[in-house]
Design a protein around this ligand. Sequence first.
Ligand SMILES: C[S@@+](CC[C@H](N)C(=O)[O-])C[C@H]1O[C@@H](n2cnc3c(N)ncnc32)[C@H](O)[C@@H]1O
Length: 208
Amino acid sequence: MRHLPKHRFDPAKAHKLLDPRWRLIDNPLELVRTMGIEEGMRVVDLGCGPGFFTRALLEAVGSTGRVAAVELQDQVLEIFRDQIGNRPNLEIHQTDILATGLGMGQWDVAFVAFTLHEVDVKAALEEANRIIGEGGRLMVLEWGDHAVCPQRDDGQTVGPPADHRLLDAVLAGYLSEAGFITESTGQNWGGCQYWVRAVRGMKSGRLG
Ligand SMILES: C[S@@+](CC[C@H](N)C(=O)[O-])C[C@H]1O[C@@H](n2cnc3c(N)ncnc32)[C@H](O)[C@@H]1O
């Protein structure tokens, strides 16, 4: 089954992405560690937004690691810079996650949180594949089943509309086509959000 992206995140809502309660994610640091981020890793945060996960990634990789934050929209990056500031082991790239311009195979992890559903998934996975080295990891966080997500005070269901979501079964097809092998998975709120960690396998003729 194919996924058709329906929208790009509205930058006017970027501040909300920094609120753990609004995100339903109390402890992003614990979450990225559970997903497998370790000290010393070189991680690309694809579609970093205002930096909710970038901050956690920087803490998890420590001073011996490195983080590249990739984001397209000006307004979002402005908030990112305000929030995160300059760090010796952080680089910021205002570019498209489908063609980052980052060097091939120089990163241990491509981390994509709540962004893959906004883009051409196949093209994004190809770019992730290119930038992580052999044995590199892809870590994806996404919205799961709309029906199990809680409602906000205004009665709106948390997360994007059902038909905007990239469900785990659909992502699994793209991962296997792109040569990724799933290593572990997890979920929050009974499947309202899910994550996948996959390792880059060898795929004939595609990897440099
Ligand atoms: C829903 S937000 C998630 C942000 C962040 N990962 C988080 O979880 O807090 C999606 C972000 O991806 C960015 N984005 C969408 N398409 C993009 C693209 N093709 N290249 C770079 N950034 C993109 C949007 O501007 C937005 O900031």
